[in-house]
Design a protein around this ligand. Structure first.
Ligand code: PLP
Length: 389
C-alpha cells in the first residue's frame, strides 16, 4: 500500500477477504471466535497473530480493516478504533498518564475534551496547565522538564484557532513529552499531523469519516508500540471499542471522504469569502480567509481552510433570528456531515462554560458555527443571505 497515494489507500487499504472473495468489505457481527482446540485457545491468549481474534472488545476483522485503512491514510504505524471520539480522547490520555504527571493543554477545546482535562485528570492527581494555543511563548513557558503530555485541537472548536503542530511538537519533544493532537477540524484529508510532529492523533470518526451523520466512532493513531501496547490494553479492558457495524460504516465512509471533504471545503471557502464581502456580519472566521490571524499557518499546515466556518451576527437575538430563518442549514450540533449544519455554541455545545470563559475564548452571544455540507454552494449562500434578512 505504501506506494499508492491517499485516495487509493482510502479505497483499498486494510481489506481482508473471507473465503468467498467478497468485493465489498464484510461485516463480521460476532463478539466471539471459535478455537479448534483448548491448546489453540491457550496459545491465542498468550500471543495472537495479525488475523487472530479473541473477543470483539479486543479486536474484530471488520474493525481491523477500518484500523488498517485509516492508519494507512494517516501514515501511522497503528490505530485503535473506539466507540466515539471522546472514547479516543479519553483513551489516549488515560492510557499514558498517571498521578503526579504534568500536562499542558490549549484552552480552546471541545467541551467534553475540556471536561476530561479539567475534571477527570485532575481528580486522579494529574496537574494540567492551560495555555492560549496560538501563543508559542505561552507553550514554552508552560512546558516543564517533567511535562508528560501536550494536548491540543489543531483547529479549535468553535473559534477555528490554528495551532502550529510542528512548533509546539518541537517544544514538547525537547523535554520528552508526548504530543496528542485532536485533529477533527483538520480532517484526515487536509492534515499531516504525524509527519508534522504529533506523536498521537485522535479523530472523532462521527464527523468527516462517517460524514453522513449515522454513527458515533473514534480512532487513536500512532506508533505501533504505543497503540498495540498501553492504548490497546487500556481500551480493551475498559470497554470503549468500536462495534463491527460502526467499523463497516466508517470503512465505507473512508472510500468517499476525500471527495466529500474537498467539495465541502471548497464551498466553505466560497461562503466565507462571499459573507465577508457582504459586510452585514460582525465577523466571519475561516482559516482560508486572508483576514484569519493564522491564515499563513493554516495554508502551510493544511493547504485549505476546512469545512467549518464561524460567523458573528452581533447578538444572541440576531443569531437566533438568523438560525430560525435558515431553510437548508439545519439547527443541530454535528459537523463534517453531508447536510449543512448551524450551531449556536454559547447556548448549546459550550453552554456549560462561565460567561467570562466564553468571552475569553471568543464564544460571543452572536457566534454561529456553520458546518458546510454537500449541497449546492449557490443554494447555501442564498439560504444564508435570506436568513440575514
Ligand atoms: C465531536 C468532537 C469530539 C468528540 O467526538 P464524539 O464522536 O462526539 O465523541 C472531540 N473533539 C472534537 C474536536 C470534536 O469536534
Amino acid at each position: 500500500m505504501d506506494k499508492w497515494n491517499k485516495r487509493t489507500r482510502a479505497v483499498h487499504a486494510g481489506t481482508r477477504r473471507s473465503q468467498y472473495g467478497e468485493l465489498s468489505e464484510a461485516i463480521f457481527l460476532t463478539q466471539g471466535f471459535v478455537y479448534d482446540t483448548a491448546e489453540a485457545a491457550e496459545a491465542r491468549f498468550i500471543q495472537s497473530g495479525e488475523d487472530e481474534f479473541i473477543y470483539a472488545r479486543y479486536g474484530n476483522p471488520t474493525v481491523a480493516m477500518f484500523e488498517d485503512r485509516i492508519a494507512a491514510l494517516e501514515g501511522a504505524e497503528a490505530a485503535f478504533a473506539t466507540a466515539s471520539g471522546m472514547a479516543a480522547v479519553n483513551g489516549a490520555l488515560m492510557s499514558v498518564l498517571r498521578a503526579g504527571d504534568h500536562v499542558v493543554s490549549a484552552r480552546a477545546l471541545f467541551g467534553s475534551c475540556l471536561y476530561i482535562l479539567e475534571e477527570i485528570l485532575t481528580r486522579y492527581g494529574v496537574e494540567v496547565t492551560f495555555v492560549d494555543g496560538t501563543d508559542l511563548d505561552a507553550w514554552q513557558a508552560a512546558i516543564r522538564a517533567d511535562t508528560k503530555v501536550v494536548f491540543f485541537e489543531s483547529v479549535s472548536n468553535p473559534t477555528l484557532e490554528v495551532v502550529d503542530i510542528a512548533a509546539v511538537s518541537r517544544l514538547a519533544h525537547a523535554v520528552g513529552a508526548l504530543v496528542i493532537v485532536d485533529n477533527v477540524f483538520a480532517t484526515p484529508v487536509f492534515s499531516d499531523a504525524l509527519a508534522q510532529g504529533a506523536d498521537v492523533v485522535v479523530y472523532s470518526a462521527t464527523k468527516h469519516i462517517d460524514g453522513q451523520g449515522r454513527a458515533l466512532g473514534g480512532v487513536i493513531l500512532g506508533l505501533r508500540d504505543l497503540i498495540r501496547g498501553p492504548v490497546e490494553t487500556y481500551m480493551k479492558h475498559t470497554g470503549g471499542s468500536m462495534s463491527p457495524f460502526t467499523a463497516w460504516l466508517m470503512l465505507k465512509g473512508l472510500e468517499t471522504m476525500d471527495l466529500r471533504v474537498r467539495a465541502q471545503a471548497e464551498t466553505a471557502q466560497h461562503l466565507a469569502m462571499s459573507l465577508q464581502a457582504d459586510g452585514r456580519l460582525q465577523r466571519v472566521i475561516y482559516p482560508g480567509l486572508v483576514s484569519h490571524p493564522q491564515h499563513a499557518l493554516a495554508v502551510a499546515q493544511m493547504g485549505a481552510g476546512g469545512t467549518v466556518l464561524a460567523i458573528d451576527a452581533g447578538s444572541q437575538d440576531a443569531a437566533f433570528r438568523l438560525l430560525n430563518r435558515l431553510e437548508i442549514f439545519k439547527i443541530s450540533n454535528n459537523l463534517g456531515d453531508a447536510k449543512s449544519i448551524a450551531t449556536h455554541p454559547a447556548t448549546t455545545t459550550h453552554q456549560r462554560l462561565a460567561d467570562a470563559v466564553k468571552a475569553s475564548l471568543g464564544i460571543t452571544p452572536g457566534l454561529i458555527r456553520l458546518s458546510v455540507g454537500l449541497e449546492d454552494a449557490a443554494d447555501l449562500l442564498s439560504d444564508l443571505r435570506q436568513a440575514m434578512g
